[in-house]
Design a protein around this ligand. Structure first.
Ligand code: ATP
Ligand code: MG
Length: 558
């Protein structure tokens, strides 16, 4: 920044607004309305997005909202979302995006935990989810509705977003912020428990830039599509910030997942770089090869995936259907950016999440009962993935859970909660969440290994594995399996699947019990919720289900 500070929105937007990128398309929205096979789009240039962001900065200033104040968003992937995020960051305010499909309770919890001062949303979301609990949210001073101005008048206690924008000047000097000033508040996916609020700073922008380059290979002439919703960290770091930093044109699909629509977007929009998630890939695989064969993707040159383990079969599916293998990478809300990746610069090891990016130091550790850890130097040994702190996008705290934050560090390392192995070439292989690992007859069994073997069976669409307590061996492996359309859930399929699992995994690791199910519980960001399967199996309370996907359709993945 010219004043020597650091602000994400300056690097992502202001920097481009008056330079050679000004008229370049920043965001191409594929509209949701009336899709009948044809896709309608509308473009927003870097200069126009920057102008609108400056107006929104002034809207906040007029309202007395300043540096460090929290601005929450709850809306679909529409232009106002991007304007709000950038305008608020310019103002030095802290942005917290909420996933718009959340129900009233998770919304209220997050607004309260995050001490939201401003909420930008739609009239329908506000009326259904916030109005009734507004008196329990004393910090929430201003609610702006993006679809205000309707004939039936304003909603009491709210302001019209566009009316405020129309009254605002488009000249707004950016607020001075430093790399250590808070910028973003992200709630984790809640796969393993109650979602945590991870606070990130403006300095994270360095990581967004570098990883956009090294892990996703973004360049200004790219047409880039990140399928994650900005309600999750992937959608913010790599759906909003990194692409703007690199001056690319981002595709934003305003609609939810639909296999044919997604293939059509990839093909007709000339997408060159695609960043998606295993859950989406599994759904495309499920939709069958016939649909895929109707499309060609000559512009596509790089495909990456994050969020859950990507099995080797999915990597090769990419090669067959898209013409490119899929590059898996690993990170989490807490890391703020990609840490480990199969980069374009190196060969993919299918089934592995890749190697640490330049500047990232990762190791495998064993935890001891006294709270210390020791580093495992030998390859191919299972342990917890740990990172040397200090990368710029590292989270700075869990909101109102300082002790939990401190407990995620030991002996100078950040402990990720994920179990991995590192091979002799330095590639990391995901084993499972530490919470999900099964201890059976002295073995530690990673659910991913078992699920991976099961999904290789032609009848299986998706599998999830848990440990069920057993007096003799500690835990026995139980698998929940959703079959592909056309395969019967009968004894023959069961026998074939059991035999396949034993052959692949051996009797000690293969599931002892398999249960067929129509579908598995997922978070809205597309992750399988094994803790829920386990709670149901054991008749225990289900715990926090606020992020559970309930509509039967996946919202775009994290
Ligand atoms: P919570 O912490 O609330 O339980 P969560 O960990 O699912 O939720 P996120 O931060 O969205 O929330 O997800 C990060 C986690 O996703 C990682 O810690 C890891 O378990 C999993 N993950 C991400 N990328 C990969 C990958 N490439 N392979 C395997 N697992 C991955
Ligand atoms: Mg987590």
């Amino acid at each position: 920044m010219p004043d020597g500070g650091c602000n994400i929105a300056y690097a992502a937007l202001d920097r481009h607004a008056h330079g050679p990128m000004a008229s370049h398309t920043a965001l191409r929205f594929v509209t949701a309305d009336g899709w009948d096979g044809d896709l309608a789009t509308r473009d927003l240039s870097y200069a126009e997005l920057a102008r609108l962001a400056r107006c929104f900065t002034n809207v906040l200033r007029e309202l007395g909202v300043g540096k460090g104040d929290r601005v929450f968003t709850m809306m679909s992937r529409c232009p106002e979302l991007y304007v709000t995020i950038m305008g608020a960051l310019r103002n030095g305010s802290v942005v917290s995006p909420l996933f718009s499909a959340f129900g009233p309770e998770p919304i209220a919890t997050r607004l309260s935990l995050g001490e939201a001062e401003v909420l930008v949303t739609t009239r329908a979301h506000y009326v259904r989810k916030v109005a009734k609990v507004r008196d329990q949210l004393p910090s929430l001073k201003h609610v702006l509705l993006i679809d205000d101005g309707a004939a039936d008048g304003d909603e009491p206690g709210t302001l019209g977003f566009w009316r405020c924008m129309a009254a605002a000047s488009d000249e707004a000097p950016i607020t001075h912020t430093t790399p250590d000033d808070p910028a973003l508040l992200h709630f984790t996916s809640g796969t393993t428990g109650t979602p945590k609020g991870a606070l990130h700073v403006h300095g994270a922008v360095t990581m967004h830039y570098v990883t956009g380059l090294y892990a996703l290979d973004l360049h200004a002439d790219d047409i880039y599509w990140c399928t994650a919703d900005p309600g999750w960290v992937t959608g913010m770091s790599y759906g909003v910030i990194a692409p703007l930093l690199h001056g690319v044109t981002s595709i934003v699909d305003e609609a939810d997942f639909d296999a044919e629509r997604w293939y059509r977007i990839l093909a007709s929009q000339g997408v060159t770089v695609w960043y998606t998630a295993p859950t989406a890939i599994r759904m495309l695989i499920k939709a069958g090869p016939e649909l895929a064969s109707q499309f060609r993707f000559p512009s596509l040159r790089f495909v990456a995936s994050v969020g859950e383990p990507l099995n080797a079969e999915a990597v090769w599916w990419g090669k067959r259907v898209l013409g490119l293998p899929i590059h898996d990478n690993w990170w989490q809300t807490e890391t703020g950016g990609i840490m480990i990746a199969n980069t374009p610069a190196f060969d993919i090891k299918p089934g592995s999440m890749g190697r640490p990016l330049p500047g990232v130091t990762a190791c495998v550790v064993r935890r001891h009962d006294d709270g210390t850890v020791s580093v495992i130097d030998e390859p191919d040994i299972e342990g917890e993935l740990a990172l040397t702190p200090g990368w710029p996008s590292m989270f700075r705290t869990y909101l109102h859970a300082e002790e939990r934050y401190r407990n995620s560090f030991a002996d100078g390392l950040y402990l990720t909660g994920d179990l991995v192995k590192r091979d002799a070439d330095g590639y990391f292989w995901f084993v499972g969440r530490a919470d999900d690992v099964i201890k059976s007859a002295g073995h530690l069994i990673g659910p991913f290994e078992v699920e991976n073997a099961l999904t290789d069976h032609p009848a299986v669409a998706e599998a999830a594995v848990i440990g069920v307590p057993d007096p003799t061996v500690g835990e026995v492996v139980k698998a929940f399996v959703a079959l592909k359309d056309g395969y019967p859930a009968d004894d023959d399929t069961m026998r074939s699947l059991m035999a396949h699992a034993r052959k692949r995994l051996g009797a000690a690791v293969a599931p002892k019990v398999i249960e067929f199910t129509d579908s598995l519980p997922h978070t809205r960001s597309g992750k399988i919720m094994r803790r829920l399967l386990k709670a149901r199996e054991l008749g225990l309370p289900e715990g926090d289900t606020s992020t559970m996907e309930t509509t039967g359709t996946m919202e775009t993945a994290s």
